[in-house]
Design a protein around this ligand. Structure first.
Ligand code: NI
Length: 391
């Protein structure tokens, strides 16, 4: 494959978009302005067709190839987070309490950069593949991919493969991470309810105290990771919130907890979920409490399968032959994994730290990206869209 190049004037265009989106971040399912900015950019590009998404925010677009190739989908996410930006720059968030703390503005601008490269190729008669551009809303909270798929995404597009990427702040800008196998974690979030019978604190024999039961549940749940799952599968179970009771002299009626369980192995996660249910139900029974677990959607692990590795390597080499590297997997989750259940997929990380600076991780208030890395990201998207072409 020929080297993919984002021209300097094209880079300037996407840099303006990135900074505009950074100043106007929108949380999941509220990305109306962002959707408008993306649509407006694509509408001006000859050769881009906008398709329906079936949901209120996000954009789906197609660049038709010359018919000699296959169909490839590229995905970027577009939403921001409810947190306050502390990093000072001329492009600091103007939306109070909302921040692009995961760099989805970087991804969006990079995919628009790929659209510039691909439409330029099309104008030159060099675009074999048809390319589907997915600008997905609501990745934070991992509901957007499911919403798009449920709304008929794969009735509208029929890709041979799908590619996505995330900026990666622990890796220097200029590097592309190629990691085969589990890259990002399978996840299931839950709400655990422990229900007792409240009453006067001086009369324990007349009450059923859910706080004591909850304490036992929390202790026992620690054994899911330490005793029930293979340490090499990297399982985490964290209880992030516990709430129940009143200030004085009263035993609570109910305790509510929020927790997440994650693993790089889908099977280990399933085992962890079984053990969580067994521990909560049996501990509750032992303490004469009722219980309920409200499970959120199962998000599978992002798996970079071996059969896609050569293709991914070819694309990365065409984007930047000097920049290839590897990095350890992460227990963060990505709903990109849901597309991977429908079509062959590969997920890249693109280094986004300015060399020599301290790491500001994803979702931190001082998170920021080295925007020069959007060149690699745009070129990588465009190169992935040019795979599977027979010469
Ligand atoms: Ni993210």
């Amino acid at each position: 494959m020929d080297k993919m190049t984002l021209l300097p004037e094209e880079y300037e265009q996407i840099l303006l978009i990135k900074r505009d989106l950074h100043m106007h971040p929108e949380v999941s399912k509220s990305e109306y302005r962002t959707t408008g900015v993306i649509r407006e950019f694509l509408e001006k590009l000859p050769g881009v067709e906008l398709l329906e998404t079936g949901i209120p925010t996000g954009v789906l677009a197609r660049i038709a190839g010359d018919g000699s190739g296959t169909e490839i989908a590229l995905r970027a996410d577009i939403d921001a987070l409810s947190q306050t930006e502390q990093y000072e720059s001329p492009w600091k968030s103007l939306n109070k309490g909302v921040m692009h703390a995961c760099g989805h503005d970087f991804h969006t601008a990079s995919l628009l950069g790929a659209a510039l490269i691909l439409t330029r190729m099309k104008a030159q008669g060099k675009l074999s593949n048809t390319v589907d551009l997915i600008f997905q809303p609501a990745e934070e909270g991992t509901t957007g991919a499911k919403a798009l798929i449920d709304a008929g995404l794969f009735d509208r597009i029929h890709p041979r493969a799908i590619f996505g990427l995330h900026n990666w702040p622990s890796v220097d800008a200029g590097k592309i991470v190629l990691h085969e196998g589990a890259l990002m974690s399978a996840k299931r979030n839950m709400t655990i309810l422990i229900k007792g019978r409240g009453g006067h604190g001086s009369m324990p024999h007349l009450n059923v105290d859910p706080i004591v039961c909850a304490a036992a549940v929390i202790q026992a749940l620690q054994t899911v990771v330490s005793r029930n799952t293979n340490p090499l599968d990297a399982v985490v179970l964290s209880i992030g919130r516990i709430e129940g009771g009143s200030p004085v002299n009263r035993v609570a009626d109910q305790v509510e907890m929020n927790a997440t369980i994650r693993s790089l192995s889908n099977d280990a996660l399933k085992r962890g979920i079984e053990r969580t249910e067994a521990i909560v139900s049996n501990t509750a029974a032992a303490y004469e409490c009722e219980w309920e677990i409200i499970w959120e959607e199962f998000i599978p692990a992002v798996m970079n399968l071996p059969e896609m590795a050569e293709y991914a390597k070819t694309a990365a080499a065409a984007a930047d032959p000097a920049g290839l590297t590897d990095a350890p997997p992460s227990l963060a989750s990505e709903d990109f994994a849901l597309y991977g259940r429908k079509v062959p997929s590969w997920f890249f990380w693109v280094g986004s730290r300015t060399g020599g600076e301290p790491v500001e991780e994803l979702h931190r208030p001082r998170f920021h990206t080295d925007d020069r890395a959007m060149r690699q990201a745009a070129q990588l998207y465009a190169a992935a869209a040019s795979l599977f072409v027979k010469n």
